[in-house]
Design a binder for this molecule. Structure first.
Ligand code: PMP
Length: 432
C-alpha cells in the first residue's frame, strides 16, 4: 500500500524515532497505523500547506487537528508569540493576559460565566467531570459511543454488551473499578437516553457530549437528541457538559451550543482557543465554577496553566476569528470542498458522501451520511485507505484514519480547494 521511496527522509526519521519513542510518535494517530505506510515528518507549515522532511508540500486538512483555523503560521499570531516570549516564558503567577482571554471567552460563549484555563483538552474534560461530581455529590457519568473526550481514565470506555450496561475500559491500565461509574450510550438515540434517566437519573452527575461529534468522523448530533438531553439533565439535576474542544470556535463563533441554541451547564474548550499552542479551558455557570479550588472544594491546578506565550497565541486567534464574515467564508470553503469531492466521486462511480459544519468536514465511503458510531464504522475502510494514500501522493494531506473529521482554514481559498478536488478526481478514478 505504501508509495514511499525507500530512501525517503521520512522513512529514516521514522526508523530513528521508533528507537527512542514508542511507535515513533507522541500521539498514536500520527503513526499512520490505521492507513499503513510512513508518517510524514513535518518541517514547516504556512497557510494551508505543510512540508515534510523530503521537502514535499501538501495541502493540509488536518490543521494540527483543529487549532490552525487561521492557516498555519499566521503572521499576527507568530508576532504575538514572539513578543510574549521576549518577556519571559512562564511565571507561575497571574497575568493580565489571562484576564483578557477569560473575559473574551465569557463574552463569546454566553453559557460560560467563569472559566479556568488548562493546557490540554484532556485536562479540561477531566476537570469538568470532577467538578460535576463534586457539585452534585453523585458518581455516575454518561457518555456516548464514538465521542472522544481525551484520555482520562473514566472516559476511556466503550459500551458494554446490552442496553445501559456499564462500560468496559478501552485501554489497558484502566481498572474496571475506575469505569464502573461510566455509562456509555448510543449517540443520537433519544429513547435510550430517556431509559437511562428513568432508571438511574437521580445518580447521574453529568452527561458529556460532543454536540457535533468529530472523533467518529463528523457526525451531527440531532437537534431532538440534544434538546432532550438538556431537558433530562435539568429535570434530574444532572450537569450537562458540552465538550467543545473541537467544535468550539470551529463550527461557528459561539460553538455548537450557539448553532443548536442549547445552553450547557459546563463547556470544555481547546484547540482553536490556543491557536496552535497548549491552551484549553473549562467553564460555565458561575455557581458551579465557584466549587473550584481555591474558593471551593474541587481541586485542580497546573504549573503551565495560562502560560503567557500560549495565551498570546490564543488571544490573537480569538480576535482574528471575529473579523466580519470569517465564519461565513470558512463555512463556504468547507461546503465547496464537500460538494467538489462528492461530485468527483460520483463521476468515478465511487460510493462516497461528505458533510460539513462550519470549518469541520467528514468524508464517508458509504452511500449515506452516518448518524451513529455503528453506521460510521460500516464505511469502506480499505477504500478510504486507498484514497488517503492516493491523495497523499498527489500532495493532499487528510487525517490518516477514517474515524477523524477534517478541517479547513481561512487560507483554504478557491484555488486550494480546486486543486484538491482535481486531485481527488484523479484518485477516485484510480480506486473506482
Ligand atoms: N475532547 C475532544 C472533543 C477532542 O476532540 C479532543 C482531542 N481531539 C480532546 C477532548 C482531548 O484534547 P487533547 O488532545 O488536547 O487532550
Amino acid at each position: 500500500m505504501t508509495t514511499e521511496h525507500q530512501t525517503s527522509k521520512n522513512d529514516i526519521l521514522f526508523a530513528r524515532a521508533q528507537q527512542s519513542t514508542p511507535g515513533g510518535v507522541n500521539s498514536p494517530v500520527r503513526a499512520f497505523r490505521s492507513v499503513g505506510g510512513t508518517p510524514r515528518f513535518i518541517t514547516k507549515a504556512e497557510g494551508p500547506y505543510i512540508w515534510d522532511a523530503d521537502g514535499k508540500r501538501y495541502i493540509d486538512y488536518v490543521g494540527s487537528w483543529g487549532p490552525a483555523i487561521l492557516g498555519h503560521a499566521h503572521p499576527q499570531v507568530i508576532k504575538a508569540v514572539q513578543d510574549a516570549a521576549a518577556s519571559g516564558l512562564s511565571f507561575g503567577a497571574p497575568t493580565e493576559a489571562e484576564i483578557d482571554i477569560a473575559e473574551e471567552i465569557c463574552r463569546l460563549v454566553p453559557s460560560i460565566e467563569q472559566v479556568r484555563l488548562v493546557s490540554s483538552g484532556t485536562e479540561a474534560t477531566m476537570s469538568a467531570l470532577r467538578l460535576a461530581r463534586g457539585a452534585t455529590g453523585r458518581d455516575k457519568i454518561v457518555k456516548f459511543e464514538g465521542c472522544y473526550h481525551g484520555h482520562a481514565d473514566s472516559l476511556l470506555v466503550k459500551a458494554g454488551s446490552g442496553l445501559l450496561t456499564f462500560g468496559n475500559p478501552t485501554s489497558a491500565g484502566v481498572p474496571e473499578d475506575f469505569v464502573k461509574h461510566t455509562v456509555v450510550l448510543d449517540y443520537n438515540n433519544v429513547a435510550q437516553l430517556e431509559d437511562a434517566f428513568e432508571s438511574m437519573g437521580d445518580t447521574i452527575a453529568c452527561v458529556i457530549v460532543e454536540a457535533v461529534a468529530g472523533n467518529m468522523n463528523l457526525i451531527r448530533g440531532t437537534p431532538e437528541f440534544l434538546r432532550r438531553m438538556r431537558e433530562l439533565c435539568t429535570e434530574y439535576g444532572a450537569i450537562l457538559i458540552f465538550d467543545e474542544v473541537m467544535s468550539g470556535f470551529r463550527v461557528g463563533l459561539g460553538g455548537a451550543q450557539a448553532l443548536y441554541g442549547i445552553t450547557p451547564d459546563l463547556t470544555c474548550l481547546g484547540k482553536v482557543i490556543g491557536g496552535g499552542m497548549p491552551v484549553a479551558a473549562f467553564g460555565g455557570r458561575a455557581d458551579l465554577m465557584h466549587n473550584m479550588a481555591p474558593i471551593g472544594p474541587v481541586y485542580q491546578a497546573g504549573t503551565l496553566s495560562g502560560n503567557p506565550v500560549a495565551v498570546a497565541a490564543g488571544m490573537t486567534t480569538l480576535k482574528l476569528v471575529q473579523e466580519p464574515g470569517f465564519y461565513e467564508k470558512l463555512t463556504a470553503q468547507a461546503d465547496k470542498l464537500v460538494i467538489g469531492l462528492t461530485k468527483a466521486a460520483q463521476e468515478a462511480g465511487v460510493a462516497f458522501c461528505a458533510d460539513s459544519v462550519g470549518g469541520m468536514f467528514g468524508m464517508y465511503f458509504s452511500a449515506h451520511i452516518p448518524s451513529s458510531y455503528g453506521q460510521m464504522m460500516a464505511g469502506d475502510k480499505a477504500r478510504f485507505n486507498s484514497f488517503f494514500h492516493g491523495m497523499l501522493e498527489e500532495g493532499v494531506y487528510f487525517a490518516p484514519a477514517m474515524f477523524e473529521a477534517g478541517f479547513v482554514s481561512a487560507t483554504h481559498d478557491d484555488a486550494v480547494i480546486g486543486e484538491t478536488v482535481e486531485a481527488a478526481r484523479r484518485v477516485f478514478a484510480r480506486i473506482a
